[in-house]
Write a protein that binds this ligand. Sequence first.
Ligand code: ADP
Length: 169
Amino acid sequence: RSKKNKTHIFLPHLVASMEDVEETYIMVKPDGVQRGLVGEMISRFEKKGFKLTGLKLFQCPQELAEEHYKDLKSKSFFPKLISYITSGPVVCMAWEGVGVVASARKLIGATNPLQAEPGTIRGDLAVQTGRNVIHGSDSPDNGKREIALWFKEGEVCQWTSAQASWLME
Ligand code: ADP
């Protein structure tokens, strides 16, 4: 077999599954960074088989936190939430994969860590809603919106994972 044929052997499978591919915005919150849990959280998404397309440590300005959580503006905890999210650096991530939005929410677990199942990120690593260590987009549309909000053009990287054909049939 020629070298050229080998590099193209799995391409039809990848093309066939492209339409189901989603993207989601995942963020390690300041408590997760301070507690040294960044690697642990990234590892869970990597091991599951999702593809990292954006990653940065970032001090979130007040206006961006307010824009990100604008749907919660009327809630009594909103000021506390904004000061929490801006209290230290966060780790911004874009992840890509088939069904990644709902699957990431399952990996993350319930908003209240005491109600989150053991085995989930919040279930294993957190105790309070106001310190629940991680964010994940709740819909494919919000995934796109939030990635555009938190990343500048050129910061999200498209690449082909060498694992793809071993993860997807
Ligand atoms: P999720 O992050 O699970 O999608 P929500 O969108 O309902 O949850 O809320 C966004 C974030 O606001 C939560 O992750 C949490 O940090 C904070 N939050 C929600 N409810 C409360 C609350 N009752 N008290 C303090 N913080 C809250």
